[in-house]
Design a protein around this ligand. Structure first.
Ligand code: ARG
Length: 584
């Protein structure tokens, strides 16, 4: 990717090698966009980090680097050394113009595909059959979908996997309950999956005969009894309908073909345990077959077991995850597997990963990553619940997001046709909901706050969507020939004003941002970038007249900048799974 930072990095490495020898050919120049652009556009901290190893003063190291740095053609002046040894770089306008030129007609906005693509399995959403999706599944679904989109754009081969929870002893009670209420009326009952599940559980806990029948039903299910299986399929189909409705409303790219449910690994589980035994890592403890992955201890300091087969012969969540990982590595040929799961499952996953490595099922170089995330909190900073204390259903959040957005649109743009207002409210409401989740550092908990996520200012989706409409409105106002035809692939961008420079530099940062999100799997980095880009645009718009620019060349250059900015915001939002509208 030939964005300014990559070019600068290459030149820094050359300078470091020239100054301090071949050992430094790969040293990270630690280049960052400058916080205070008064002194430059980018800043390098490498002198401070190198000083110790070199046994020199940071400022001397910085001077030495600058002496060897080929800054000409990239920077407008010799880089300055400031403070303890910061190197400040001011980019040359002609260089910026040159860098921007290829972006004007580029749908990829300068982001080239990676030369070392991975086959990435993204494991996300993973709801459970016969249970309503709740707010906890919101995060996995939204973050996972964004990560899949970003990796596709970055050039990886992405395989989405929805590890549906469709197996376990609770199915005895669920099927028995379904039989009792009558399958034919199931439409009405299973429609509210929560009520269905709770009713079954109530029966199970209070009625001994029912509980006995439920236990027998588990055995029948495991034994492949035809009738039992058909009830089980009914539950799965009903649940899938519900999940698909949520995915569709949220604009999540998961389809039925991405489902690889827990039960699909059932016939592999005995083999997993047998192979663990062959590998010599299986130990029997109180009748249960366990693995004791190295480095895991319980609070008393004893080795922590990961049970793979219970004393009654039943298999567990961990066994299925081992089988799933083998399938992904051996049959899907994954080179990277990312698990988008609640941070409370960190230990579980760490033990699964350790076991996979210990027994050599994870080939060398296969990257296993837990994309962990925190909890959604209510205004009381406790896990988000309904006013009655129940779990918040995802579908209710989706409905409320749209309803609240509609109210906002009504008050701003009352004259729009009703259907259009609804469409806008859908895009804005869902966007707000997703962005509130994605813009927070995922590992942290965050407080769910309707007013903040729907605000038209601040780091929110509506702010970015609104910025987009503002830019587009310029094009609606522009006299003929009406852009986008007015902005052609050859429209030259000519950077003159400071606000133009700042905007240009932001626009050129997209490739680096995509790369960093693809590596770190942290969507909030993209959100922060888009927010800064929109802010740079508004500064530009305040100080640089576009339609009433002083001359034709400046006008066309600024229009091209606007167009590029609008497309960058739209692309960034698309990668977050969020849409744009033409007005709002
Ligand atoms: N169904 C699980 C849950 O609700 C999530 C599945 C995550 N994926 C996995 N491979 N374990 O907690």
């Amino acid at each position: 990717m030939a964005d300014p930072i990559t070019i600068l990095q290459d030149r820094f490495r050359a300078a470091l090698t020239a100054a301090f020898g071949q050992d430094h050919a790969d040293t990270d120049p630690i280049l960052r966009p400058a916080q205070n652009t008064q002194f430059g556009d980018y800043q390098s901290n490498v002198a401070m980090s190198l000083a110790k190893t070199l046994g020199k003063k940071p400022r001397d190291v910085a001077d030495e680097i600058v002496k060897h740095l080929e800054w000409q053609n990239v920077c407008s002046e010799i880089p300055g050394v400031a403070g303890p040894g910061f190197i400040n770089l001011k980019l040359d306008s002609a260089f910026l113009n040159e860098q921007l030129a290829p972006l004007v007609g580029d749908t990829r906005l300068g982001v080239t595909k990676t030369h070392t693509p991975d086959t990435v399995v993204v494991d996300y959403s993973g709801p459970n059959v016969a249970k309503e999706m709740h707010v906890g599944h919101l995060r996995s679904t939204i973050i996972g979908d964004c990560i899949a989109r970003v990796l596709v754009f970055a050039g990886d081969t992405v395989i989405r996997q929805n590890h549906l929870g469709d197996w376990g002893t609770q199915f005895g009670m669920l099927i028995e309950h379904l039989i009792e209420i009558g399958r034919n009326t199931q439409g009405a009952h299973v429609k509210d999956l929560n009520v269905f599940y709770q009713d079954a559980k109530k029966r199970f806990d209070s009625d001994k005969d029912f509980a006995d029948r439920a236990r027998k039903r588990v055995v029948a299910l495991q034994g492949g009894d035809k009738e039992t299986l058909s009830y089980w399929h009914t539950l799965i189909d009903e649940s899938k309908r519900h999940f698909n409705e949520v995915y569709q409303r949220l604009g999540v790219q998961l389809t039925d073909s991405d489902i690889r449910a827990e039960s699909s690994y059932n016939d592999k589980l005995p083999g997993v345990v047998a192979d663990l035994e062959k590998a010599g890592v299986l130990k029997v403890s109180q009748g249960a077959s366990c693995v004791f992955p190295e480095g895991f201890k319980d609070p008393d300091g004893n080795p922590l077991p990961m049970i793979v087969r219970k004393s009654d012969g039943g298999y567990l969540y961990a066994t299925t995850d081992l089988a799933a990982a083998r399938y992904r590595i051996d049959e899907l040929h994954a080179t990277r597997i990312v698990y988008v799961i609640d941070s409370r499952q960190s230990d579980h996953l760490a033990m699964v990963f350790a076991t996979l490595r210990a027994v050599g099922w994870s080939r060398d170089g296969v990257k296993l990553e837990h994309v962990a995330f925190g909890t959604v909190l209510g205004p009381d900073r406790k896990p988000f619940k309904t006013r009655e204390g129940g779990t918040v259903k995802l579908i209710d959040l989706v409905n409320e997001a749209e309803a609240r957005a509609l109210k906002e649109i009504e008050s701003r743009n009352a004259d729009l046709p009703t259907q259009e207002k609804k469409n806008i409210a859908h895009t804005v409401g869902i966007g707000a909901l997703k962005y509130a989740d994605l813009s927070n550092d995922r590992i942290k908990d965050y407080v769910f706050d309707w007013d903040r996520m729907l605000a038209f200012d601040g780091n929110t989706a509506p702010y970015l969507q609104y910025s987009y409409t503002r830019i587009k409105s310029i094009f609606r106002k522009a006299p003929p020939p009406p852009p986008p035809e007015g902005v052609t692939n050859s429209s030259a961008i000519l950077i003159v004003q400071p606000a133009e420079r700042a905007l240009a530099i932001k626009l050129l940062q997209l490739p680096g941002v995509i790369q960093s999100v693809a590596e770190s799997l942290e969507p909030h980095r993209l959100c922060t970038y888009l927010y800064e880009l929109a802010a740079a645009y508004h500064k530009f718009y305040e100080t640089c007249p576009v339609l009433s620019a002083p001359d034709v060349a400046t006008r066309s250059s600024r229009l091209a900048l606007c167009d590029l900015c609008a497309r960058t915001i739209a692309k960034g939002l698309e990668l977050l799974g969020i849409g744009v509208v033409e007005q709002m």
